[in-house]
Design a protein around this ligand. Structure first.
Ligand SMILES: Nc1ncnc2c1ncn2[C@@H]1O[C@H](COP(=O)(O)OP(=O)(O)OP(=O)(O)O)[C@@H](O)[C@H]1O
Ligand SMILES: [Mg+2]
Length: 268
């Protein structure tokens, strides 16, 4: 069921989140504020390890915040997680497809979880398989799918319940250029129909193409926010890559020692 969202679809204020381990406490989100108006696309950018997935985790009720308020689709994530869950779709950075099932079975699982009736579920599954170019592979075990096919199925699964707010964590990583454009078109179609989208990406052209607003997360805070055009103008450049490089720091030596805090791709 799609809920009508009035006012901002996502409102984050003073969000703080740290992880505790034997090594101590790591503050990942240190007072994040973010507002995403309903029916728009916001791209959350930031270096590897900046906390994008953590923020998406809190906004999608998978992780509890340490402090701050987060409202999604008009509901507080801490006090009304069920209502939030009923309004959202989440595509994680790692696919959630079940390799032992085929594509149709994976989608049916989502249709059942969303309480779609048999006929409605079947209609929706057929539509999504077509939209994502998976109709011919519908009955093949997902274990035999390529990485890109799994990603597309994952996205289709996110959309089964027609969510009003969709979180896409690096949705096009590993997709070929044509498939990436299919996803972009899909995002545009969803937004035209009133869906709100928060996406993370390391492909800054993607943010430039899709996002009404870009927010850059660095060292626990949103360090810049605006339309792609505004951010580029502010940095006197035609490329969001330049904006990203200017606003974010290269990994420090300690981060490098602790793991792969390097960028995933050469942005230059
Ligand atoms: N469950 C966890 N326990 C401990 N530390 C964690 C956990 N999840 C994430 N972290 C740490 O929190 C920081 C932020 O991680 P997160 O996955 O949110 O970053 P990200 O911006 O999504 O990065 P990427 O671009 O690589 O996907 C990293 O330093 C990471 O090591
Ligand atoms: Mg991430």
């Amino acid at each position: 069921m799609t809920t009508t969202v009035r006012g901002p679809a996502i409102e984050v204020a003073g969000l703080r989140k740290s992880y505790r381990s034997k090594a101590g406490e790591q503050i990942v989100l240190d007072g994040v504020d973010l507002v995403v108006p309903a029916g728009t696309v916001t791209a959350l950018l930031g270096p590897n390890g900046a906390g994008k997935t953590t923020a998406v985790g809190v906004m999608s009720t998978l992780l509890a915040a340490d402090a701050g308020t987060v409202r999604v689709a008009g509901h507080d994530v801490a006090r009304e997680p069920e209502a939030v869950r009923a309004s959202i779709g989440v595509t994680g950075q790692i696919t959630a497809v079940d390799e032992l099932l085929n594509a149709t079975e994976n989608l049916r699982l989502m249709a059942d979880l969303n309480h779609l009736g048999r006929a409605e579920g079947r209609r929706r599954i057929t539509e999504l398989l077509e939209r994502f170019g998976l109709a011919d592979a519908a009955r093949k075990p997902v274990a035999t799918f390529s990485g890109g096919m799994k990603r597309k199925l994952d996205l289709a699964m996110t959309l089964v319940g027609a969510p009003s707010v969709v979180f896409l964590d690096e949705p096009t990583t590993g997709l070929d250029p044509r498939s990436r454009r299919v996803l972009w078109d899909e995002v545009r179609t969803l937004v035209a129909a009133g869906t709100t989208i928060l996406l993370t990406t390391q492909y800054l052209e993607e943010a430039d193409q899709l996002a009404d607003s870009v927010a850059v997360l660095n060292e626990g805070r949103i360090v810049a926010e605006g339309t792609p055009a505004e951010l580029k103008a502010a940095h006197d450049t035609g490329s969001l890559d330049d904006v990203f490089l200017a606003l974010t720091e290269p990994p420090t030596e300690t981060e490098t020692e602790n793991g792969p805090a390097t960028t995933k791709e050469n942005v230059r």
